[in-house]
Design a protein around this ligand. Structure first.
Ligand code: AMP
Length: 119
């Protein structure tokens, strides 16, 4: 799938639309989800044109892969989630119901989240 430069997270990265930022470094930007599914719900996105985890893991340079995953961990630390714990989700493609075609990790916490999927 080709990267769509007009997806909403590309616009946020360019500064075309605002976000509620929680962390930023040279590799990643993290911001609060506009429609939170838990008391804490942040998204972490890499600074690069990657559609999904499949695309990013296959095509990103090592420095960005490394920096991005450090940024995910740092965002969770900044949110104070080390002790209580959190869930990471990266929906990829149709089966996972990925809505925005720019790789993003959801960080969910702030309450007991229960089992991962409802049966
Ligand atoms: P996914 O289904 O994994 O692609 O998740 C996309 C997420 O992006 C959803 O949780 C949306 O609520 C969130 N989202 C969409 N637009 C924005 C926005 N402008 N700012 C923050 N979060 C957004």
């Amino acid at each position: 799938m080709a990267y769509d430069q007009n997806n909403i997270f590309a616009m946020i990265l360019r500064g075309d639309i605002p976000c509620d930022k929680v962390y930023e470094d040279e590799f990643a930007l993290a911001f609060n989800d506009i429609n939170p599914q838990a008391p804490i719900h942040a998204l972490v996105i890499p600074k690069g044109e990657y559609v999904s985890m499949a695309d990013f893991s296959a095509n990103a340079p090592a420095e960005l892969l490394n920096g991005f995953f450090r940024a995910v961990g740092q965002t969770a630390r900044n949110l104070g989630l080390e002790k209580e714990g959190y869930r990471l989700i990266a929906n990829t493609g149709e089966n996972a119901h990925q809505e925005v075609p720019h790789l993003h990790f959801h960080i969910l916490s702030g309450k007991k989240l229960g089992p991962m999927l409802t049966r």
